[in-house]
Design a protein around this ligand. Structure first.
Ligand code: DOR
Ligand code: ZN
Length: 347
């Protein structure tokens, strides 16, 4: 029986760090285990320009505790006014690793996102030319479309037309939640990949709604029915090179989650590696974990893999804090609902 697992240090290809007190509270939770992360730009106000991304990067690095090493991979928030030259300059200087597309109104702080996709055509064409990836929040916002169908409809109405109109555009379909998205990504070429979150491998929609509403399991895209969760498990644990970890760890303080209109987001930074080891072990796929967390992402983003490694050991149930303290209020850590046995070794 395997009791020790050594992996190249993982990266998180989709992470919310926020700003101010929340940034200070959550950054060590990620930097403890992860070497790099793609940093989401949906701050208030959003990170739209290269200058804003540089300033945010500086704030992240200033919040990093001494002795920890972590590389934030910055993104720009795509708006209908985004200047293709600004994007190209930010990419050429190495400041940004991707551009993020939020359909306007799809999720937290997405109001400055895109309403008319024709208005971002020039930016997308420039990105295709220079090979800069587009990270996509794949949900339509049409009020007529049921929230559980919004990802599948997005593929047909928005994503596929964009990809056909912009050959060579490199796309990461983020936090996929459906078998429709898994199938679409598998059928695509090397310019298409997907991230999968930790929590979507664990929960389905029953976890949110059965026996009382569970605000800490509410996120967007919302978890779907069990068949979809199983499709995600299969994609993640199969070793397919175009699926990799993007936790979408999205901290909100408890008063904003436990609320009559609670915010979307699961905070998984603290225990993601323990949860993933448990999940991959359950599926008899521990040998595929390193690909998912540490190899497939760098390959798609054309970045070197990390030289350092981490070791997980299996033993008694792991203890981790139920909540992270923050000056703005406590932040609840994702509870997978079962004990975890794999601990990241800390020395
Ligand atoms: O659950 C989510 N939370 N999904 C998103 O797309 C955004 C994120 C956030 O920023 O809170
Ligand atoms: Zn996100």
């Amino acid at each position: 029986m395997t009791n020790t697992l050594t992996l190249r240090r993982p990266d998180d290809w989709h992470l919310h760090l926020r700003d101010g007190a929340v940034l200070t509270a959550v950054l060590p939770e990620t930097a403890r285990d992860f070497a790099r992360a793609i940093i989401m730009p949906n701050l208030v106000p959003p990170v739209i320009t290269g200058d804003q991304a540089a300033a945010y990067r500086d704030r992240i690095l200033a919040a990093l505790p001494q002795g920890m090493s972590f590389e934030p991979l910055m993104t720009l928030y795509l708006t209908e006014d985004t200047d293709p030259d600004d994007v190209a300059a930010a990419a050429a200087s190495g400041l940004v690793t991707a551009v993020k597309l939020y359909p306007a109104g799809a999720t937290t702080n997405s109001n400055s996102g895109v309403r008319d996709f024709d208005n971002v055509r020039a930016v997308l064409e420039r990105m295709a030319e220079i090979g800069l990836p587009l990270c996509v929040h794949g949900e339509v916002t049409d009020p007529e479309i049921d929230i559980f169908d919004r990802e599948a409809v997005f593929i047909d109405r928005v994503l596929d037309p964009i990809r056909r109109a912009t050959p060579g555009l490199r796309v990461v379909m983020e936090h996929v939640t459906t078998s429709d998205a898994v199938d679409y990504v598998k059928a695509g070429n090397d310019d298409l990949a997907a991230t999968i979150t930790t929590h979507h491998l664990v929960i389905n929609r029953n976890h949110i709604l059965v026996g009382g509403i569970k605000p800490h399991y509410y996120c967007l895209p919302v978890a779907k029915r069990e068949t979809h969760r199983l499709a995600l498990r299969d994609a993640a644990t199969s070793g397919h090179p175009r699926f990799f970890l993007g936790t979408d760890s999205a901290p909100h303080v408890d008063p904003l989650k436990e609320n009559s209109c609670g915010c979307a987001g699961c905070f998984t930074a603290t225990n993601t590696m323990s949860v993933l080891a448990e999940v991959f072990e359950q599926d008899g796929a521990l040998d595929k974990l390193e690909g998912f967390t540490s190899l497939n992402g760098p390959a798609f983003y054309r970045l070197p893999v990390n030289e350092a490694s981490i070791t997980l050991t299996k033993g008694e149930p792991v203890t981790y804090p139920e909540k992270i303290a923050c000056d703005d209020g406590p932040i609840t850590v994702f509870d997978p609902g079962y004990p975890l046995h794999w601990a990241v070794q800390r020395d």
